[in-house]
Ligand binder design. Structure first.
Ligand SMILES: Cc1ncc(C[n+]2csc(CCOP(=O)(O)OP(=O)(O)O)c2C)c(N)n1
Ligand SMILES: [Mg+2]
Length: 354
């Protein structure tokens, strides 16, 4: 049984300040792996920034922005093997790109087109979960199942600070704990659930302290430090593969962009705090670390950015080249006997579409 204590107050860090003080070297990854991690960060950042533009141009629908969450996503995924399962929320919509999913697929999802719904088994990436926390029990069940079959696969579920107040989170966490399921509960604590601040969400001093209630370890990391996230997730993966059960990771940041393209946070957020967070955003922090270590230089950074931009250009072109979806799909497959209102809605839509 793992020793369970309240989570550390100090956030784990590997990347130091801009002057390099506090930089730490990691044992595991070599230069190539460190650059691969940078490539992933840039790909996610480019995906996110382009998506906001595509939304403003009317080319995708409402979009959940993940600007400055890239370090949590890339850091955690790089600690996994390809057989391991990822359960994303809407905030991690593009995480499949790190498993080779084409940008066109995720863009199609945000366009509401059926080709955006991939087969989870193709990438070991579950469907994007929009209801808060309902994927936590799914991830716990998958992880337990893998364990029962004697496989070494682990699963990771990403969710927000707000999700820790949901019943599904508690059920999933408890279930995973009592079955010693190889699960990583990864909490993106950006301190906001749309306009609800963390202070109105919980009386816990730290979200990671909730882990003690399930008898599992809770770890706190700086969510904008991709290497701290990577290191903490590697340790959680190791525990899970060793049969020691789940770990709760709280990655702390401050949401520096609107919740989604339909949100205007100026009405509720601390704008000064947003500016501070933007000044220490995660891609720039890691870029500084790599430059100080002599691993990254202008030309290489430029070519990595260009590759990501090209991938996005090709992605939106491919998504827009898809033939329009059949609108009847919206009405099918939910009911054996559709209610009369649904039938009349469909008749009306057909009339409008001519
Ligand atoms: C079960 C459920 N209740 C309410 C909502 C509406 N909703 C969408 S996003 C959101 C905030 C979630 O915040 P958090 O868990 O912190 O994740 P973040 O968006 O900050 O990544 C809410 C309440 C929902 N999607 N599902
Ligand atoms: Mg949140």
């Amino acid at each position: 049984m793992a020793q369970v204590v309240p989570a550390e107050r100090d956030l784990r860090r590997v990347i130091g300040d801009a002057d390099g003080s506090g930089d730490r070297a990691l044992d595991g990854p070599g230069e190539q792996e460190l650059l691969d991690l940078y490539r992933s960060l840039v790909l996610l950042r480019t995906y996110d920034e382009r998506s906001v533009v595509y939304h403003r141009q009317g080319r995708i629908g409402t979009y959940a922005i993940f600007w400055n969450h890239e370090a949590m996503q890339a850091g955690a995924v790089h600690a996994l093997e390809d057989d391991d399962w990822i359960f994303p929320s809407y905030r991690e919509s593009a995480i499949g790109l790190l498993r080779g999913m084409p940008p066109a697929t995720v863009l199609s999802w945000w366009r509401g087109h059926p080709v955006g719904w991939w087969n989870p088994a193709d990438y070991n990436v579950a469907s994007i979960c929009v209801p808060i926390a309902t994927h936590v029990p799914h991830a716990a069940g998958l992880a337990w199942g893998k364990k029962l079959r004697g496989e070494r696969t682990v699963a990771i579920a990403f969710f927000g600070d707000g999700a820790t107040s949901e019943g599904s989170f508690h059920e999933g966490a408890n279930f995973a704990a009592v079955t010693d399921a190889p699960l990583i509960l990864f909490c993106n604590n950006n301190q906001w659930a749309i306009s609800t601040p963390l202070s109105a969400q919980t009386r816990a001093a730290a979200l990671a302290d909730k882990a003690a209630g399930y008898g599992i370890p809770g770890v706190r990391v700086d969510g904008t430090d991709v290497l701290a996230v990577y290191e903490a997730t590697c340790e959680a993966v190791e525990r899970a593969r060793a049969g020691e059960g789940p770990t709760f990771i709280e990655a702390l940041s401050y949401r520096a962009a609107p919740h989604a393209t339909a949100d205007d946070p100026r009405a509720y957020i601390d704008l000064e705090r947003v500016e501070e967070e933007r000044a220490r955003e995660c891609v720039g922090r890691y870029e500084g670390y790599l430059r100080r270590a002599g691993i990254l230089h202008d030309e290489l950074a430029e070519s990595i950015r260009r590759d990501a931009t090209d991938a996005m250009r090709a992605g939106i072109a491919a998504a827009e080249a898809e033939p329009s979806a059949d609108p009847s799909l919206v009405f099918e497959h939910a009911y054996v006997d559709p209610p009369t209102t649904l039938r009349s809605d469909w008749e009306e839509l057909k009339r409008i579409l001519g």
